[in-house]
Design a protein around this ligand. Structure first.
Ligand code: NDP
Length: 324
């Protein structure tokens, strides 16, 4: 495992983070969830990405994490980066959604309680709130750090212009935004349009989520939609239509992966951390890739991506042809 800096800031993140959006809820198998957390830590993953609403039900992933932390990982606290977020619907009424100070601060308190932590390492505003002044949301993040609830703050999914504005406000407040968290994969290269250039300009890090497009960039859906897959679940986060639409593209990408001696998942992850002589590929643009896994075998398979992150220009060009 390598560790990369968030822009010009001191915090270093492992190449891969483990995300707890799915597979760690109340109805998921606790034994598997615990094994995943321990295997990830043992393999050098130091970053555990959570949010108030991860579950289902909302809050239960933080609860599961807290249980494993307290029984197995407590003494390693200073070697771990634990994150949480608030910004999506968490509880009924006007104080449990979006970007008010009222919501962010009380939600952060609840997250700390569920996880049994004194502080989180990074606290994120989970999404931009068009109806709340950025000064208020950024002021809440600043307060969360100054009151000892978090060490650093980050933003997630902000449009480019709002990201720029928010980062400037936080800088003025003296609590810099160190990281932008956004969706990025071979099937969604949107951050290449504006955000990567902004990160560079503002000297902040970038953490990518859903790098396997929720499992589409694996061998899982070659012959249809397995019953135990995310696309088959009622949550609707991954639609079967989307899987069908991407099927041909995915098949072409799999051929390149096979020629590289990698699984498609390994190639899709390695590509995010790509080392190349091609200047278009600045390997520092993604500081950490957040992977999800529903079993330990998936996690171990995916970590092997680190064994080959070198891409030839011909490979990169072919990938561009298929995905752009
Ligand atoms: P991925 O794109 O990595 O998808 C993970 C899923 O892919 C797994 O749950 C599993 O699905 C499948 N999978 C993974 N590896 C393999 C493999 N080797 N073989 C077959 N199938 C595999 O990431 P996620 O979409 O889960 O997102 C990762 C994390 O990013 C989240 O947990 C969260 O922390 C963060 N995130 C942040 C968001 C934000 O708004 N800031 C939004 C979304 C995510 P299956 O269950 O079908 O087995």
């Amino acid at each position: 495992m390598n560790y990369r800096r968030l822009g010009r800031y001191g915090l270093q993140l492992s190449d891969f983070s483990l995300g707890l959006w799915h597979n760690f809820g109340r109805d998921d198998d606790f034994v598997i969830a615990r094994k995943l957390l321990l295997a990830a830590y043992e393999k050098g993953i130091t970053v555990f990405d959570l949010a108030n609403n991860y579950g289902p039900p909302p809050g239960s992933a933080e609860f599961t994490f807290g249980k494993v932390f307290s029984s197995d990982l407590k003494e390693h606290r200073n070697k771990m980066v634990i994150t949480s977020k608030a910004g999506h619907l968490m509880w009924d009424g006007p104080y449990g959604d979006w970007g008010s100070r009222k919501y962010l601060v009380s939600s952060c308190d609840e997250s700390l309680e569920r996880m049994g932590l004194k502080y989180v390492d990074i606290f994120y505003s989970h999404r931009y709130d068009p109806n709340t002044a950025l000064e208020e949301t950024m002021g809440a993040l600043d307060y969360i750090v100054r009151s000892g609830r978090a060490l650093y703050v980050g933003l997630s999914k902000y449009p480019a212009d709002k990201l720029k504005e928010a980062v400037a406000i936080l800088k003025d407040l003296g609590t810099p935004c160190v990281v932008d968290q956004r969706r990025y994969s071979l099937l969604d290269r949107t951050p290449e349009k504006e955000h990567f250039a902004l990160h560079k300009e503002m000297e902040i890090g970038c953490v990518s989520f859903s790098p396997l497009a929720q499992g589409q960039l694996t061998d899982k859906y070659i012959d249809g939609v397995p019953r135990d897959s995310r696309a088959a679940k009622e949550s609707g986060f991954l639609q079967i239509d989307e899987v069908e639409t991407n099927r041909q593209k995915v098949a072409k990408l799999r051929e390149i992966a096979q020629q590289r001696g990698q699984t498609l998942a390994q190639m899709a992850l390695a590509w995010q951390l790509a080392e190349s002589v091609d200047p278009r590929y600045n390997k520092e643009r993604v500081s950490s890739v957040i992977i999800g896994a529903s079993r330990v075998e998936q996690l171990l398979d995916n970590l092997q991506a680190l064994e080959n992150t070198k891409f030839s220009n011909a490979e990169l060009e072919l990938i561009d042809k298929i995905t752009l």
